[in-house]
Structures are given as structure tokens and as C-alpha cells.
Design a protein around this ligand. Structure first.
Ligand code: C2E
Ligand code: MG
Ligand code: MG
Length: 709
């Protein structure tokens, strides 16, 4: 609409054109008008006057446009609009209006409402045009429309549910498609009704708290809530609520996102993190978690619990010989058996490999009574697990060893309890497997001693703390030295010289025996070669005996190692005799025989050490290509006093004779023992009676003394 000034202008021009005074007023108003005003001659359309606004808005100075038509200065974006404006002017005495676009000198267009009126001035007829510039207003409107469209698009196409409600009444004002998808309600079902008429929020306490928080803080962000769809399904949603004012009404903008899938994925990840994938049993992390809960629970209720640490005996053999799929099946069967034999409130966990843990809680009674209960349970478990299983047509049997720690008697933290059950388990294995062992405080000391020893042993080789002693082997007939056994010695930095029984087992279990065993073999062969070069021993008639542990023997490249060692040390193969124990054969008889045969082909011989203490099974002894038996020193020691041991010695000697094996007695300390052996035609021996094991120089001295008496 024209401004007041414009109306005044129009009125004046229309009412009192004849007055000179009026014309002066007209000129003043013409220039003062806040709108663009243009005066053109009616007959030829030439511009006669333009106000300052025209100049500033359209970029033409007065001088440039006067005397030209609006068409000549290309003022009209669409020249047809000029024609329309003129036509309207003719048809009415009122100012005619037209929405039109004018174009500035630089090409920019302005939109506005054009008012035109024919007027009569003293010198003729004119057309007075007032252009009210609406460009900015139009632009703002367009922008608003675009933003509304954008919002509507975002509102409707959002994957989330978006709801606008009236804050005071809870009336639904707007819902989008996301809402309909999430809840199953259509927009028409809910619009106009209130949130209280639907039970979309499933949990009443959650709902009350949500409303309270909105009241208190005005907004709520990312609240996890349970919702209920139209069909009754429970949905988990993440909800945010923001205040919004629409048409002066306080409203709430609610967005809700279905996070069910996310929650399920999260739960699955959680499950995987706390369970063993093969058996689906709780893993170590979950066990530790439950254990710490149990510890405090038992403490509050003044009850006891027990931690049973189970390990399957020789499970590795099943994996190695029958393959991992069979091993896995065994573990699953064991899992099932364990699960049925404990109560629901107890936990069965798998720590990995063949290690299982059973956590028993809520045991009542005195310590002795509880120990009794746990023992009975452990024995039942052992019985159940040892039941044969049929797999792939094979009948398999596995036995477990079980270590037990009592809660809280044997520890107050999960780590302590597990460690102690493990120590007890270790004992159970040590005592011959398929057994249950209760933890006892004395075991702790043993366990930490062992740990310390393991650490010390790791450094011993590089620190040069190992050495070999040589114990002569003698033929009683002529008192001749026919060989020597290399025996490992460890000079511990603080404990002094330690006997091998203390540490060979530790090296065997930790695998250190492989590296150390290599060193022993090389060291012994070097010594043998040195003695031979010095002419102190007879290459045809001397055996250098080296003890080989089962683990060392099982190395796949053991044969090559021995061969290489003999070559580099320049020792004739036939001088080397390997002392093995029966422990070697229980692992894999065929492989043992094959390796022994290969080594025998090279000229190396074998002695079966500590004979009589192990399985002493004739079946495999017949198959093993050994050359000699060494009667264990325990029988030799008591043979002269204990008729039973005497009988054993006799039987071993007879057995060796019938298998055509040489025989040598170890641990001979007394003349009468030697006499007893000689009487049975056993002439080879090793023992303190002749000499204890000696360092190489002293052994050399001994040989020298005999060669040059
Ligand atoms: P072993 O192979 O049966 O060695 C004989 C053991 O009897 C040696 O004990 C030796 O010192 C001891 N001995 C010899 N004569 C007598 C005697 O008259 N009376 C008594 N009471 N003992 C006697 P040592 O050196 O303490 O070795 C013990 C065991 O440690 C060995 O038994 C062997 O099984 C193992 N061992 C020693 N050195 C090595 C080695 O280099 N490698 C491996 N793998 N094992 C070794
Ligand atoms: Mg030996
Ligand atoms: Mg022995």
C-alpha cells in the first residue's frame, strides 16, 4: 500500500492541480517520498521527472533519463507490463496498481507494486508512477517458505519418530511417518487426542520421571526408555524432548529413535566378551566378576564357597592324535556333563584349552564339613567326567585332575583364590593325575619357590652357571672305565650348587630344557672329543652317556640336531649313548621307535635309564631298539637288605638277558652291593663306590691316573 505521504501526494494531485501553491507542495512531496516516483508525459511517455529514490534504486541520474522513455532505458523486465499498467490507468480514476518488476541499470531486478495515475499539471497531462519496492520482503518470504518446506521435508522423511504435542494438554499436534513406523499408529489415530489416551510409554515410573524432568529442566536429551507399539510389542527408544512455541502455544518437540537393534548388538558383544565361543560357558572375565560378587555375598551371609579348578589329563594327546574337531567335541561333552552336575546358582566357566572352573557357593557347616562336601562333589564330578564317550566311532575316556580352594579360607580376592586352586591342581597332577587336591598353605611356598627358580633358570645359561660332571662307568672285570655319564650341575648365584632333581622338571615343563639340552649335548660331545684327542680314552671302547629328556626327544628335528652336534664336535657316532626314560614312550610309541632307529643307523646307542621305576612294560621294551638297561639306584641300594628289591634286580637282569640287552647298575655305594650284582652276572656299574660325578679336569685326572698309574 502507498504510504501516507503518497496518499497525500495522490490526493493533492487529484484535488487541487490548478493552484501554484499545490504545485510547489507536489514538487516537495515528490522528492520527499520514501518510494520511487516517476513523472512521464502522457502523450509521448518521455520521462519528465524522477525522484532521488528512483536515482538511487535504479542507478539512472536524472539527466540521463529525462527526455527518454521507460522503454528506452529498459526499465521494464517485461515491457508488456507497461501496457497493462496503462490500460488499468485508463479504466479507473483511482490509482491503478500492478505487481511488476523493474530493472536497474546494472540489470538487477526489483519487485514491487506499481501505482499509476493520470494527473493534470499546469502544462499538460502526465502519468505519475509510484513504485513501492517489495524486493526484500518478497525475498524474506521466499526464504521463509523454503525453510518451512525444508523443515516439513525433514520432519516427514526423518527415520526417527518426531512428535509435536501441546505442552499443557499433551495433545498430539503433529506426528511424522517415523512415528507411525515406530508405534504402528497412523497419524489420524492420534492427532487431536492426548498422549494420555495411549500407552506408548510402557513403563509408568519411567514416564513419571520423564515428565518431572521436562517440568524441571524444560528439556530432556537422549533418555533410554521402554515403549509399547500398537500391537503391544515392547520397543527400546532413545528419546529427546525440547520446548517449542507454535502460534504462541507452548509445545514439546519429541524425537524418538528405535535403538532395539543397537541394544541387541551391544548385548551380543557383551555376551561374546564374557563367554567362551566354543562352549558358550562364562570365560575368565565373567568368572572373576561372579567370583568377586560371591566373595562379598558369602562374607555377608557367613557361608563358604569353593573354587574347583579342573584340567583334563593328557588332553593334548587327544588333540594331537585325533585332531582338533574331536578335541572340541570332547570339550563340549565335558561342558554338558559339568553343567548338569552343578546347581543353577553355581558357575561353570572355561578358562581356555582344557581348563574348567566350577564355582560352588552357599556351603554351610564347619570347615571340615565343607571340605567333606566339596570332596564328595569333586569325586562325583571326576566319576561323571571319566565316563567313556563315543566319538566318531571311537571310545574315548578322559579323566580330570581337580584343585580346590575354599572361599574365604584360601583367599579373599578372585585372583588369589584362582591362583591357589591352580596350585592345588598342579599338585593333583603331580601326584599322578585323576585326583582331587585341596589347597594347603604349605603349597603356596612351594609354588612361589618354583616361580623364583624358573626365573633364575632363565638366566642360568647366559650367565654360564651350568656345567657338566662326568661319572665313570666301570666293568668290574678288570676294573676298567668303559664310559662316563654326563650329569648337569647348576651353580646358583645365591643357593650354591643345586642337584638336578630340583630343576630338571621345571626346565622340562617350561620348555627351557630344549635350549639347555642342546647345550648339554654339545658340551658333552666337545669333552668326549677332547679326551679322545688327548688319547685318554679308547674310541672303540668308551661310551659317552647323555641324558635326554622326553620333551627334548620329541623335537621334530632331534635326529638332525644330534647328527650335526657329533659332526661339529668331531666325535665318532658310536661313542654316543643316549639315556632315555620310560616317559618317552608314553607319548607316541611309533614316533619314538622311528627316531631311535634313525639314530641307531648312525651308530648311536641307547640305554633305558631308571629301569624298574616306570611302566617297565615288556610289550614296548621288546619293540624299542634299546641297547642297555640301567637298574634304578633305589633297587640297588636296598637289594642287599630287602629281599623284594633283590628279587626285582634279579628279574631285571634276567629280562635284559632274555632280550639280549646289556645291563648296568647305578648307585652302587658298597662292596657288598657290587658282590651281589656280580653274583647275578651284572658286571657294569656306576656309583660312589668307584667315583662320584667329577668336573671334567678331575675326570681327566682320574683317567690319567689309571692310564699312567
Ligand atoms: P640319573 O640319570 O639316573 O643319574 C644318576 C644319578 O645318580 C645322578 O644324580 C648321580 O649323581 C647319582 N648317583 C650316582 N652314583 C650314586 C651313588 O652311588 N649313590 C647315590 N645316592 N647317587 C648316585 P644327579 O646328578 O643328581 O642327577 C639326577 C638326575 O637328574 C639324573 O638321574 C637324571 O635323570 C637327571 N639329569 C642329570 N643330568 C641331566 C642332564 O644333563 N639332562 C637330563 N635330561 N637329565 C639330567
Ligand atoms: Mg642317567
Ligand atoms: Mg638313573
Amino acid at each position: 500500500m502507498p504510504t501516507i505521504a503518497d496518499s497525500a501526494l495522490l490526493q493533492m494531485t487529484g484535488l487541487a492541480l490548478t493552484a501554484k501553491e499545490s504545485e510547489q507542495h507536489f514538487a516537495a512531496l515528490f522528492n520527499l517520498s520514501p518510494n520511487v516516483v516517476l513523472l512521464t508525459r502522457f502523450d509521448d511517455g518521455l520521462i519528465c521527472n524522477a525522484n532521488r529514490h528512483f536515482e538511487s534504486t535504479f542507478g539512472w541520474s536524472m539527466d540521463e533519463c529525462i527526455g527518454r522513455t521507460t522503454l528506452e532505458i529498459e526499465l521494464w523486465v517485461d515491457p508488456r507490463q507497461r501496457q497493462t499498467a496503462l490500460e488499468r490507468t485508463f479504466s479507473t480514476v483511482e490509482p491503478a496498481s500492478l505487481e511488476s518488476q523493474w530493472q536497474a541499470r546494472d540489470g538487477r531486478t526489483r519487485e514491487g507494486t506499481l501505482y499509476t495515475q493520470k494527473i493534470e499539471l499546469s502544462d499538460g497531462h502526465y502519468l505519475l508512477s509510484t513504485f513501492i519496492d517489495n524486493t526484500e520482503h518478497k525475498r524474506a518470504q521466499q526464504a521463509l517458505r523454503a525453510s518451512e518446506e525444508k523443515f516439513a521435508k525433514a520432519f516427514h522423511s526423518s527415520p526417527d519418530a518426531i512428535i509435536i504435542t501441546e505442552k499443557a494438554t499433551g495433545r498430539y499436534l503433529e506426528v511424522n511417518d517415523g512415528f507411525c513406523r515406530l508405534t504402528g499408529y497412523s497419524a489420524s489415530e492420534v492427532l487431536g487426542r492426548t498422549v494420555f489416551e495411549f500407552v506408548i510409554m510402557a513403563d509408568i515410573t519411567q514416564r513419571i520421571r520423564l515428565i518431572q524432568d521436562v517440568e524441571e529442566h524444560g528439556e530432556v536429551h537422549n533418555r533410554e526408555l521402554l515403549g509399547r507399539g500398537k500391537n503391544g510389542d515392547i520397543i527400546t527408544v532413545d528419546v529427546s524432548i525440547d520446548p517449542l512455541v507454535l502460534d504462541d502455544t507452548d509445545c514439546l518437540l519429541i524425537t524418538a529413535r528405535d535403538i532395539g537393534v543397537l541394544k541387541r548388538a551391544q548385548a551380543q558383544i557383551q555376551h561374546l566378551a564374557y563367554h567362551d565361543s566354543l562352549t558358550n560357558l562364562p570365560n575368565r572375565a565373567l568368572l572373576m566378576d561372579r567370583l568377586s560378587q560371591q566373595i562379598s555375598l558369602l562374607k555377608r551371609r557367613n557361608l563358604r564357597g569353593a573354587l574347583l579348578f579342573l584340567d583334563l589329563d593328557h588332553f593334548k594327546h587327544i588333540n594331537d592324535s585325533l585332531g582338533h574337531p574331536v578335541g572340541d567335541s570332547v570339550l563340549k561333552i565335558i561342558t554338558a556333563r559339568l553343567e548338569v552336575s552343578v546347581r543353577l546358582e553355581d558357575t561353570v566357566a572355561r578358562l581356555g584349552g582344557d581348563e574348567f572352573v566350577v564355582l560352588i557357593s552357599g556351603l554351610e557347616g564347619t570347615q571340615a564339613e565343607v571340605i567333606e562336601q566339596v570332596r564328595t562333589l569333586a569325586d562325583t564330578l571326576r566319576g561323571l567326567l571319566a565316563e567313556p564317550m563315543l566319538l566318531d566311532g571311537q571310545r574315548l575316556q578322559v579323566t580330570p585332575s581337580i584343585g580346590v580352594a575354599l572361599i574365604p579360607d584360601h583367599g579373599s580376592t578372585p585372583a588369589d583364590l584362582l591362583k591357589r586352586a591352580d596350585i592345588a591342581l598342579y599338585r593333583a597332577k603331580d601326584s599322578g593325575r585323576n585326583a582331587t587336591q585341596m589347597f594347603h598353605s604349605t603349597m603356596q611356598q612351594a609354588a612361589s619357590d618354583r616361580l623364583r627358580m624358573e626365573n633364575d633358570l632363565r638366566l642360568a645359561l647366559s650367565r654360564g652357571e651350568f656345567s657338566l660332571s662326568y661319572q665313570p662307568q666301570v666293568d668290574t672285570r678288570g676294573n676298567r672305565i668303559i664310559g662316563a655319564e654326563a650329569l648337569l650341575r647348576w651353580q646358583h648365584p645365591s643357593l650354591g650348587s643345586l642337584p638336578p632333581q630340583h630343576f630338571i622338571q621345571v626346565m622340562e615343563e617350561s620348555g627351557m630344557i630344549l635350549e639347555v639340552g642342546n647345550w648339554i649335548l654339545e658340551e658333552a660331545c666337545r669333552a668326549g672329543s677332547q679326551l679322545l684327542r688327548k688319547g685318554m680314552i679308547d674310541g672303540q671302547d668308551f661310551s659317552l652317556c647323555v641324558n635326554i629328556s622326553p620333551r627334548q626327544f620329541r623335537q621334530t628335528d632331534f635326529v638332525e640336531r644330534v647328527e650335526r652336534c657329533l659332526r661339529t664336535c668331531v666325535l665318532p657316532n658310536r661313542m654316543l649313548k643316549l639315556e632315555i626314560t620310560e616317559g618317552i614312550v608314553i607319548q607316541n610309541l611309533e614316533d619314538t621307535i622311528a627316531k631311535m632307529l634313525e639314530l641307531k643307523q648312525l651308530g648311536i646307542s641307547f640305554a633305558m635309564d631308571d629301569f624298574g621305576t616306570g611302566y617297565s612294560s615288556l610289550t614296548y621294551l621288546k619293540r624299542l631298539p634299546v641297547d642297555a638297561l640301567k637298574i634304578d639306584q633305589s633297587f640297588v641300594r636296598d637289594a642287599t637288605s630287602d629281599p623284594n628289591d633283590a628279587e626285582i634286580v634279579r628279574a631285571i637282569i634276567a629280562m635284559a638277558a632274555s632280550l639280549n640287552l646289556a645291563i648296568i647298575a647305578e648307585g652302587v655305594e658298597k662292596q657288598e652291593q657290587l658282590d651281589f650284582l656280580a653274583q647275578l652276572d651284572c658286571h657294569f656299574y656306576q656309583g660312589f663306590l668307584f667315583s662320584e660325578p667329577l668336573p671334567l679336569e678331575r675326570f681327566e685326572a682320574l683317567l690319567r691316573g689309571r692310564v699312567h698309574p
